[in-house]
Design a protein. Structure first.
Length: 289
């Protein structure tokens, strides 16, 4: 999703890509170069505050950062509950805090949540724990992970995923006022089942059922979610902030409570990668021309 969004945003912006894998970054930069899109890459681990601060510093040194699409994440099949919480939830805090410092008028942050964050769960939503993210992010992540350990081991990754994505929605709304003071915006986007490697990995664990129950009866195409993310990151929806955009093919509109509860037992669909957009191409000064 991050790469597809880069292709959309890169039509008229210089792009900085970030990921934990240099090999993936090299491939992504080459794909963008083949399309005539100027970009550079930075290795970044969103669970590491210092790594994220270095990413922000690198981006701001290249030009005025106009938008950030934060799509890094792990799905239930990709890690244990503790790691899922740290990547999905703590990573969002780190990205948000780092780019809030440099946010100016017209800036936008788009955090990728998930339709799973909207699904009902027998596990209580720990809103009081969410509040800790505003004052002590590391303690917040530890406490949220511990809460996931209250359920049987096989259920923990799914619970961690749903709760962490619900947190992304809550946190993005909570930060709207801080961004608004700078003339900037923050929104979250919640994809349903999309035809990505991660989405297909979760096909038998909820993503397939979500697509089957959607009004459109299919997986979404990655280009479709990329256009939504790129639009939210652009200056066009200038009054859109502090809200979540659900892009689930109409699944939430057509499913019954029974359907929702069945799918909620196996939440799915994560989103790798970060895309940082800068001032329109040609307006960025760089060393060496």
């Amino acid at each position: 999703m991050g790469l597809a969004t880069s292709k959309a945003v890169g039509r008229d912006h210089y792009v900085v890509l970030a990921d934990v894998s240099q090999a993936r970054l090299d491939q992504a930069v080459q794909e963008l170069d083949d399309l005539g899109i100027e970009s550079e890459s930075v290795m970044c681990d969103v669970t590491d505050r210092r790594s994220v601060e270095q990413l922000a510093a690198r981006a701001t040194s290249a030009g005025t950062v106009m938008s950030v699409v934060h799509a890094a994440g792990l799905s239930p099949q990709m890690g244990e509950a503790d790691l899922i919480v740290r990547v999905n939830a703590l990573g969002t805090v780190h990205i948000t805090e780092a780019f809030l410092r440099s946010a100016g008028a017209g800036f936008s942050l788009v955090n990728v949540a998930s339709a799973a964050g909207h699904l009902p769960t027998a596990f209580p939503i720990p809103r009081r724990t969410y509040q800790l993210a505003l004052t002590d992010p590391d303690r917040f992540a530890s406490r949220l992970a511990r809460r996931c350990h209250l359920v049987p081991r096989k259920l923990r990754p799914g619970i961690a995923y749903s709760i962490s994505k619900n947190f992304v929605i809550w946190y993005s709304q909570r930060q709207a006022a801080a961004f608004g003071l700078r003339g900037a915006r923050v929104v979250s986007v919640s994809p349903g089942s999309f035809d990505t490697k991660m989405g297909r990995l979760e096909e038998v664990n909820g993503a397939g059922a979500l697509a089957e129950h959607a009004a459109l009866r299919r997986f979404g195409r990655v280009e479709e979610i990329a256009e939504v993310l790129a639009f939210c990151a652009s200056a066009k929806p200038g009054y859109l902030t502090g809200t979540d955009v659900l892009v689930d093919g109409g699944a939430g509109a057509t499913m019954t409570t029974k359907d929702l509860l069945a799918i909620a037992r196996n939440p799915s669909n994560g989103h790798p990668g970060i895309r940082v957009g800068l001032r329109p191409r040609g307006a960025v000064r760089r060393e060496g021309g």
